[in-house]
Design a protein around this ligand. Structure first.
Ligand code: S3P
Length: 434
């Protein structure tokens, strides 16, 4: 599929974006191994989370789906999962693969985790190594998927300093610890999204969080809970940037998750001059949410603080576009992790922006983008959902139409993206790959 976006004047108004991807994955997985039935509302029915849904069903968990976004998960308890009859397909989802690796090494049966071409290139050693230190055995292809997880091995909790800031690795270790003897102490190099910790606590698991350090006792059971999933800030961010760049009316993105481990994108855009106000701040369970009011703004370049990187890790494609339309130069340092996301996001963004007339220089761990006029043209998203959506927003503020190739993966995280953009006045059409 491709998108073709015309320079657009935004109509503004209220927008609602789909549920949070990270929280939806966790809600399904934790509800599946909890005692009793949990209701999940606001679930993201995107392809990534549907892989997680198919996987829990393949292991014998009954899930009623009365609506696309409302599910009842009949939990089977920590030991109630059944051997799947074939490989579990994680699609494009690193979160599904890494978190399931943690759950599956606690089972009595063996299992195999496979993924698509992009996921099959992503590093799994970061999760295999500490899980093996806990006693698990996981075979891979040189540290990449497919993974073969051996079952029936006794696990013990470990003290572990994570070498990379990764919520997926942290979560895999927390989940494996539920099946392990002893007490685990996990220390992150920087605070990362803490949805697993919050959800475990809401399901009765005791854990102690002190800054970058988490302690959890092994062998704790989970109790079913009702989980309300906030709208995904990582999806809302695309509309927020469209609203900032639009020369039209103000926009309000409603009910967005504002967990402080995720809000780096708002901080960076504000530092660049973006007018974003938070209103109706409230909570859905243990997760903070708010309505975000966005007003058209003049953006200027900044040196993005590397300390903020883990708090905005998925929003860099979008921040590259913000930088391309800002006055002056923006520098990004400490973003090497972007090279092992759904694509090498530093390279895909640099190549695409250059094709649209923007000056970008890159290093192994950073980039520098000098703002200017975005010309019309064609860019390849390389099948990366967030890159595709970032270039769609670039197209709204370009001098001429922008065509974005390989956009099907947008359905992994933001089904309805095209309709959401149209609802605020963006002229976007889709078509078969030219
Ligand atoms: C996620 C963690 C982040 C993020 C990903 C979702 C999660 O990855 O990039 O999109 O749900 O835990 P890392 O853990 O690799 O940093």
């Amino acid at each position: 599929m491709h998108f073709r976006v015309q320079p657009s004047t935004l109509a503004g108004g209220n927008v609602v974006v789909p549920g949070d991807k990270s929280i939806s994955h966790r809600a399904l997985m934790l509800a599946a191994i909890a005692e009793g039935s949990s209701q999940i509302s606001g679930f993201l029915a995107g392809e990534d989370c549907l892989c997680t849904l198919a996987a829990v069903r393949a292991m014998g968990v009954n899930v009623d789906t009365p609506g696309d976004t409302t599910l009842t998960v009949h939990g089977v308890g920590l030991q109630g999962l059944q051997r799947p009859s074939g490989p579990l397909d994680m699609g494009n989802s690193g979160t599904a693969m890494r978190l399931f690796a943690g759950v599956l090494c606690g089972q009595t049966f063996g299992s195999r985790l496979v993924g698509d071409a992009s996921l099959s290139q992503r590093p799994m050693g970061r999760v295999i190594k500490p899980l093996e230190t806990m006693g698990a055995r996981i075979l891979s292809q040189d540290g990449k998927p497919p993974l073969t997880v051996h079952g029936g091995r006794p696990l013990h909790c470990i003290d572990y300093e994570l070498p990379v800031a990764s919520a997926q690795v942290k979560s895999a270790l927390l989940l494996a610890s539920l099946y392990a003897d002893g007490k685990a102490t996990l220390t992150e190099p920087a605070v990362t999204r803490d949805h697993t910790e919050r959800m475990l606590q809401s399901m009765g698991v005791k854990l102690e969080v002190r800054g970058r350090r988490i302690e959890i006792e092994g062998r704790q059971k989970l109790q079913a809970a009702d989980i309300r999933v906030p709208a995904d800030l990582s999806s809302a961010a695309f509309l927020i940037l469209a609203g900032l760049l639009g020369r039209g009316a103000d926009m309000i993105v409603k009910g967005v998750g504002t967990n402080p481990t995720r809000t780096g994108v708002i901080d960076v855009l504000r530092q660049m001059g973006g007018r974003i106000e938070s209103a109706r701040e409230r909570r859905l369970g243990r997760e903070p949410v708010a309505d975000l009011h966005v007003s058209p703004s003049e953006l200027h370049g900044i040196d993005v603080d590397p300390a903020i990187v883990p708090l905005a890790i998925d929003e860099f494609p979008l921040l590259f576009v913000a930088a391309a339309l800002a006055k002056g130069t923006t520098t990004f340092e400490g973003i090497g992790e972007l090279r092992v996301k759904e694509s090498d996001r530093i390279a895909t963004m640099a190549r695409g922006l250059r094709a649209l007339g923007i000056a970008v220089s890159e290093t192994a761990e950073g980039a520098s983008v000098t703002g200017g006029r975005i010309e019309g043209g064609t860019v390849d998203s390389c099948g990366d959902h967030r890159v595709a959506m970032a270039f769609a927003i670039a197209g709204t503020a370009a001098q001429a139409p922008v065509t974005i190739l390989n956009t099907s993966a947008v359905a992994t995280s933001f089904p309805g993206f095209v309709d959401s953009l149209r609802s605020v006045g963006v002229d976007i059409v889709t078509g078969d790959q030219p």
